[in-house]
Write a protein that binds this ligand. Structure first.
Ligand SMILES: Nc1ncnc2c1ncn2[C@@H]1O[C@H](COP(=O)(O)OP(=O)(O)OP(=O)(O)O)[C@@H](O)[C@H]1O
Ligand SMILES: [Mg+2]
Length: 290
């Protein structure tokens, strides 16, 4: 979806992608709080994100309703990394858009501290350089171009993008575009990050490097993260909890708590065991036996 396509939808502001949503929309997500103004969670009982019995349908272009979510309930605690896995089309992206206030639920409740979305498709602006795309959320937040570049440059380099500051998005590989979008989301400075398949377009080695980098970045500057991934191993390596969704319309059918110490290794016996457990649950979900 392009920013223009987003703008064309009533009640949707594309700047929400980077957590700069306006108040006053018909969405129950709480918005526009200074990113670090308060450590007190808004969603209650230590939660940063709370979804209760959320129902949501999309209207397709023929005017028919496609029900994406049916009674989805989920909590992400303050500073928790919650991974969400589930079959393709089960409503994961829809769930993240609800948390970020890009969609409103048809029923149920969505309450979240201010959240920035890294969309599944990178939505980089083709006319801006890679560095200016990375700093876009900072610019939208009111800072000068110079300031946005100063903030984006170090992260840009850490993610292996050095030398491509001035490149336009069409000159970048898919994995590089994804990393630029990742920097843009991080620099939005919101307490909740919604990451939609953030490492999906990366080769295996770069993916592992990004996972390690994300873990270090979060330990240096803790945030609440809702991570949608198709990679169960990634979920077990990074998450405090893994929620498994049913096929569409999505709802949570299982939750696994991961208490293993960090950093975790994919070859650790406990990681392998948990990954197998999660894969079994996913298999049951697909077969409809969960
Ligand atoms: N804007 C839209 N208009 C109509 N239907 C939509 C729209 N967005 C999503 N859907 C439908 O809602 C359902 C859930 O979509 P969603 O993108 O949330 O799934 P997902 O779990 O993120 O899938 P994937 O893993 O493939 O990314 C799908 O059937 C999809 O076709
Ligand atoms: Mg999706």
């Amino acid at each position: 979806m392009t920013p223009r396509a987003l703008r064309a939808q009533p009640g949707v502001d594309p700047s929400n992608l980077w957590g700069n949503a306006r108040e006053g929309r018909a969405v129950s997500t709480q918005l526009e709080q200074p990113a670090r103004a308060s450590s007190s969670p808004v969603a209650g009982n230590g939660a940063s994100v709370r979804l209760e019995g959320v129902v949501h349908s999309h209207r397709d272009r023929h005017g028919s309703d496609v029900q994406a979510l049916d009674g989805l309930s989920l909590l992400a605690g303050e500073g928790e990394l919650l991974a969400v896995v589930g079959p393709s089309g089960c409503g994961k992206t829809t769930m993240l858009e609800l948390i970020c206030g890009l969609q409103a639920p048809d029923a149920g409740r969505v309450v979240s501290r201010p959240a920035a979305l890294m969309p599944q498709r990178d939505l980089l602006l083709p006319w801006l350089s890679a560095l200016d795309n990375a700093g876009l959320a900072v610019r939208i937040g009111g800072s000068s171009r110079q300031r946005a570049r100063e903030l984006a440059a170090p992260v840009f380099a850490q993610l292996g993008l050095d030398g491509f500051q001035r490149a336009r998005p069409h000159e970048l590989s898919g994995g590089m575009r994804q990393r630029v979008a990742f920097v843009r989301t991080l620099l939005a400075g919101k307490p909740v990050l919604c990451l939609d398949e953030p490492f999906g377009a990366l080769d295996a080695i770069t993916r592992q490097e990004m996972q390690v980098w994300l873990e270090q970045a979060l330990s240096a500057a803790p945030r609440t993260v809702v991570l949608v991934t198709h990679d169960v191993e990634e979920a077990v390596l990074l998450a405090d909890r893994v929620a498994v969704l049913s096929p569409r319309p999505g709802q949570v059918v299982a939750e696994l708590t991961v208490t293993l110490p960090r950093p975790r290794s994919r070859t650790d016996a406990a990681v392998v065991t948990l990954r197998e457990r999660a894969l079994r649950v996913l298999g049951d979900v697909r077969r409809g036996t969960a």
